[in-house]
Design a binder for this molecule. Structure first.
Ligand code: FE2
Ligand code: FE2
Length: 353
């Protein structure tokens, strides 16, 4: 198993870095014009902006070589790269349990899930490259602490129940957020999301099945499941971002149909879907104020501790330092793979020429 893990790891590293600076190999960049100005035509004047907005309003997809406002491009690069970083850093909390999964079946499923997350990161870096961002720059920004990833991956995974809770709640929240992105106005991002969502759905179910097994197990297993729910519930609600009144980017993102629902709307959808699932498990949502509002048909939740959210984003979460140290170590140790992949690619290119 150890050798198998090493081999899979190696293949992932090669496939990841073989895309570095080699845009022609990346799945979403094959038709991209590689001249920065031509690739990302700036939409500068009013008439062009109106035409652009008309395309958006008409639900036409924007493709890599199309004209687009610089701010649209910047917004997408920021969002897609943050999303990519989250997928890659998100492998760490669960990778922690691959060697200690309780059965071979659980180990295989977890291994597949963590590999999926790596794949999601790859599709997304490739999608960002269609906007003429370089993967190298995006990754350097992450390692330098300049780029963000989801706050949720800065929490620890001390028990096996955390793997169940992450699949059920974190992947469940991600799915809620990402399904509308399948209709995002930017073509490469929207198309990447279709496969990502299919896989997130599998992740959510495998997590819920772990929780179900624990919830139907011994009293100690039930306590473990409840403890994991207690620790993950509130950070998962924070994953949807600040309340609508405080969100900086929502307005233009909504206008450009990058975002289809507000943070609060998505959070509410998640709560409404998840509370009955917790009840089915016989677990208690750790929110004394939670109640079903007959009039609206929604579950009302208690106050979210936004100070905790701000602290985690500022780098003061329980595992921020550990996560970044792990990524930097992996990057340093992968230097020889990047060099080998680039040497191999240039040899191939010379042969082809
Ligand atoms: Fe993912
Ligand atoms: Fe996932």
């Amino acid at each position: 198993m150890h050798l198998l893990l090493k081999f899979i790891d190696f293949c992932k590293i090669v496939s990841y870095f073989s895309g570095l600076n080699l845009k022609d190999v990346a799945m979403y960049t094959q038709g991209l014009t590689h001249e920065p100005e031509a690739a990302v035509h700036a939409v500068g004047d009013e008439a062009a902006l109106t035409r652009f907005q008309a395309r958006i309003d008409g639900e036409q997809r924007i493709e890599p070589n199309d004209a687009m406002p610089a701010a649209y491009r910047r917004t997408l690069v920021r969002q897609i790269s943050q999303h990519a970083h989250s997928e890659i850093v998100g492998m760490l909390p669960e990778g922690n349990w691959i060697t200690r999964a309780p059965t071979l079946r659980r180990k295989v499923a977890l291994l597949a899930k963590v590999q999926d997350e790596c794949g999601h990161g790859l599709y997304l870096y490739a999608a960002a490259e269609t906007l003429d961002a370089t993967r190298e720059q995006l990754y350097d920004d992450l390692l330098a602490g300049k780029a963000r990833y989801s706050s949720i991956f800065n929490y620890p995974t001390p028990t096996w129940a955390d793997i169940g809770a992450i699949g059920w709640l974190v992947d469940g929240a991600a799915l809620m957020n990402q399904i509308p992105l399948c209709r995002c106005s930017y073509g490469p991002y929207a198309r990447a999301m279709i496969r990502v969502c299919k896989e997130e759905s599998f992740h959510q179910r495998q997590g819920y099945e772990i929780m179900l097994t624990l919830a139907r197990g011994t009293p100690a297993q039930q306590r473990m499941a409840q403890d994991a729910l207690n620790r993950w519930w509130w950070p998962c609600l924070m994953m949807f971002g600040p309340p609508d009144g405080e969100s900086q980017h929502s307005d233009t993102s909504t206008l450009w149909k990058i975002k289809r629902f507000s943070n609060d709307e998505l959070r509410q959808k998640f709560i409404d879907a998840t509370v009955p699932q917790a009840h089915f498990l016989g677990l208690t949502i750790p929110d004394a104020a939670l109640r079903f509002d007959e009039a609206t048909g929604h579950w009302q939740h208690g106050a979210i501790d936004w100070e905790e959210f701000r602290q985690v984003l500022a780098g003061n979460g329980p595992c921020n330092n550990e996560r970044m140290a792990a990524r930097r170590k992996a990057h340093d140790e992968g230097a020889w793979v990047r060099e080998a992949a680039l040497a191999h690619a240039s040899k191939q290119a010379k042969r082809a020429a």
